[in-house]
Design a protein around this ligand. Structure first.
Ligand SMILES: NC(=O)C1=CN([C@@H]2O[C@H](COP(=O)(O)OP(=O)(O)OC[C@H]3O[C@@H](n4cnc5c(N)ncnc54)[C@H](OP(=O)(O)O)[C@@H]3O)[C@@H](O)[C@H]2O)C=CC1
Ligand SMILES: CC(C)=CCC[C@@H](C)[C@H]1CC=C2C3=C(CC[C@@]21C)[C@@]1(C)CC[C@H](O)C(C)(C)[C@@H]1CC3
Length: 418
């Protein structure tokens, strides 16, 4: 097969608006974000735990490397690749043939971890391994992105992402040229988005909990809450895994460094920083405080799940009794837009619920440090930026109908605020 240079010309998007700061972003982000991951892990375990402390807590070379780390990381990815290819379980549309579901993958991981714990495996050692594991995950992200970039030149033109084929190698490597690269039935983007990183995140959290048990005899209430909330979030994502097929990342974005690194390194090593922080900075939490935080997480989860399910149901079958009575507006594409129910409250009710949960994950860590609030701050920025990207795409898709929707539902994420 020859590289698809001819085809690429047809599908080239030199004029497409470049996202994430264009070439400058594409050069700086792959340097800056991996360093941020390592920096945040170091801060979380330093006595001050201050993101502003000077000089910053830098790791020594031997803290960054441990031969066990690549073995564990590659073994983990390999295990989930095997589970993904196991020909049982539900079949999400026809996208991934005969794949064992992500939720099964989570349950099997849980059983294996319980077995390991029963055999006396020191799961708390993950705390010591966190930096070397993150280094390996970053290295794997770079290697996989290089592979994806090179193989994209052999992909047929219809398999390329519209925004990822600008002809600028740095930008295309970063944003991703191929939309849904596959090796046979193995969909690399779908696999990475939901399996090793997302499940790895809750395994790391469990490791932090076990480290707390090693150090203090039992897990703290704050640690139990964070582990439970984030496990619920991951279990929900895997239970509803078909829903990911309609997200911007799968439908629109190419699979390049940004998503590979996001899935394999950023999510598992920064989304659970609160648990890593608690190992070294224990926090007392009153029952009343815990109840309020549980209520906040519950409200956030309810909004997040209900609004996502309402839209997914509406897109799957608009005549379904649960959505058939909702008010909608027609668009020129034939698709309709919901203007009542959750999607009549704000234009992104699912983001609102997600952000309330993000806040609930930080609050158990108290108010003495900024670090546990990293996730909610980053996530607010990510979702505001994502909302703007989605808005651009919807305006291009739906034109005047989108403007009508915006007039009918003027707030984007926070009712009466934004
Ligand atoms: N934890 C994390 O790091 C992240 C979590 N998320 C979460 O992922 C979930 C999915 O988010 P995301 O993929 O960004 O986008 P959404 O699930 O919000 O999907 C946006 C799409 O929904 C459709 N849509 C928008 N408004 C309406 C309407 N009124 N009626 C019907 N359809 C509508 C449009 O697509 P169309 O019309 O083509 O169907 C639009 O492009 C969210 O809950 C978000 O919070 C997202 C990013 C990161
Ligand atoms: C800073 C940086 C590297 C950003 C990359 C962004 C990615 C980390 C996120 C883009 C969209 C994501 C989604 C989830 C995780 C984070 C990334 C990959 C998600 C799998 C989390 C669980 C949710 O329930 C979800 C399935 C809706 C969600 C989909 C989008």
């Amino acid at each position: 097969m020859r590289p698809n240079s001819q085809a690429a010309k047809h599908r080239s998007s030199h004029d497409t608006e470049r996202e994430f700061g264009g070439t400058l972003g594409a050069v700086c982000i792959p340097i800056f974000l991996p360093l941020t991951v390592l920096f945040l892990i170091c801060v979380s375990r330093s006595p001050e735990a201050s993101v502003l402390q000077w000089p910053p807590p830098l790791p020594s070379a031997d803290q960054l490397w441990e031969p066990l780390a690549p073995v564990l990381l590659l073994g983990w990815i390999g295990l989930h690749a095997l589970l993904y290819l196991t020909p049982v379980g539900k079949v999400p549309f026809s996208f991934v043939c005969f794949s064992l579901s992500g939720f099964h993958g989570l349950c099997i991981s849980g059983v294996l971890l319980m077995l390991l714990l029963g055999l006396g495996a020191p799961l708390g050692y993950l705390f010591e391994l966190l930096l070397p594991l993150a280094v390996c995950a970053i290295a794997v992200s770079f290697l996989l992105s290089v592979y994806l970039y090179i193989r994209s030149f052999w992909a047929p033109s219809h398999a390329l992402a519209l925004g990822g084929n600008t002809g600028n190698p740095l930008y295309d490597f970063f944003i991703g040229r191929e939309l849904n690269p596959r090796i046979g039935n193995f969909d690399l983007k779908y696999f990475c988005e939901l399996r090793p990183g997302l499940i790895g995140w809750v395994v790391i959290n469990l490791g932090m909990l076990m480290k707390e048990v090693e150090l203090r005899g039992s897990p703290s209430l704050a640690m139990i809450l964070i582990n439970s909330f984030q496990l619920l979030y991951v279990a929900d994502a895997l239970w509803n895994e078909e829903a990911v097929l309609t997200t911007m990342d799968i439908v629109h974005d190419g699979f390049g460094f940004m998503l590979v690194f996001g899935d394999l390194a950023w999510v598992p090593f920064t989304y659970g920083l609160q648990a890593a922080f608690l190992v070294v900075h224990p926090q007392a939490l009153s029952s009343l405080g815990a109840a309020a935080i549980i209520a906040l997480n519950g409200i956030g989860y309810y909004i997040f799940r209900k609004s996502n399910s309402q839209k997914n149901q509406f897109r799957r079958d608009p005549s379904h009794p649960s959505v058939a009575r909702l008010e909608t507006i027609a668009t020129a594409t034939g698709k309709r837009l919901l203007v009542s129910g959750w999607w009549g409250l704000v234009r992104h009710p699912n983001y609102l619920g997600d952000l309330l949960m993000a806040l609930a994950w930080s609050l158990p860590c108290g108010f003495s440090h900024l670090l546990p609030y990293f996730y909610v701050i980053y996530f607010t920025v990510l979702l505001i930026h994502r909302e703007a990207r989605d808005e651009r795409q919807c305006r291009a898709k739906y034109g005047l109908a989108w403007d009508t929707y915006c007039r009918r539902v003027p707030y984007r994420i926070f009712p009466y605020i934004y």
